[in-house]
Ligand binder design. Sequence first.
Ligand code: DAH
Length: 347
Amino acid sequence: MHDPRQNLDTLLEIALNELGQQVTSDEVENWERKYIGKTGIFTQRSRMVGQLPAEERAAFGKRINDIKATLLQAYADREKLVKEHELARDLEQGQIDVTLPGRAHPVGGLHPSTTTLREFYAIWAEMGFQVYRSRDVETDEMNFELLNIPAHHPARDMWDTFHTTTPGVVLRTHTSPGQIHAMREFGEGGTQPIRVILPGMCYRYEQVSVRSEIQFHQVEGVAIGKHIHLTDLKGTIAEFARRMFGADKDVRFRSSYFPFTEPSMEVDVECLLCGGKGCQMCKYSGWLEIAGCGMMHPVVLRNGGYDPSEWSGFAFGMGPERMINLKYGVKDIRYYWGNDLRFLEQF
Ligand code: DAH
């Protein structure tokens, strides 16, 4: 062929016609190769421009480019249409559509109480405290008597108790009975210093409400040694609070009462929400309560095998769920064991 302009219109018509008959992606690709690919008919024609007299080349160039643009557009349209059809057909036939984003597998997460407990363990471990697990079901003697809370003592009202069908056996109302177990197990007859924390679930026979649940965690702590003073207690608890809530937070100690400590205190941290100015969360006091604590009562030390004239110690009790409430502004304690994913997924 000598004149590249020969039959161009007819060729264009044939090409477009043919394109309309291609129904699979492969067919459309083949069509592309045949007409506008590297060795395609129209590509070859455009290369033959040199065979034309110089003054006719520009007009030919423009024409062939227009045709190629038309073909490219038609090709793109066809390709899109065919792909859509193929996808629809695949979906109908139940084949995997690899163009869809993957379906996320729901992976479990750790319960906020678990992550907080682990934070506790890490902080207390750095201060030399071992984790000691003690039982959930206790004797009345361990839960109360040995902690200096005799039967009929008015202080028992502080702990509404679940009793079991076995007389004298209760669900522990606090982790404090673990103090007795730890002293007896690790104190070696009151001859060894100990430093432990006692995490675990506690149970109280209470009306479930926004503020109280029948079960919750506590983390008890005990340190016993030869020269342990109130300053050690204060410094240790303050250091914990700084690590847990931030070094810039103030901590204060208020006097309180617990039968197993003397003196007893409650610990407050500067309100995490308002920074001490006063807000709804801290009931406009500027402070949030985080723990009960005190110097171990001589009676309790003696019940653990120690001679209180030689040994002293401090103890504390904290509620991790309480702290999560403070940290994240959780308003309802019932969320913790309500098994509602909408709550759990937020952590
Ligand atoms: N057992 C107490 C309670 O459940 C908390 C507590 C207060 C524990 C003071 C302690 C302590 O060890 O020294 O309310």
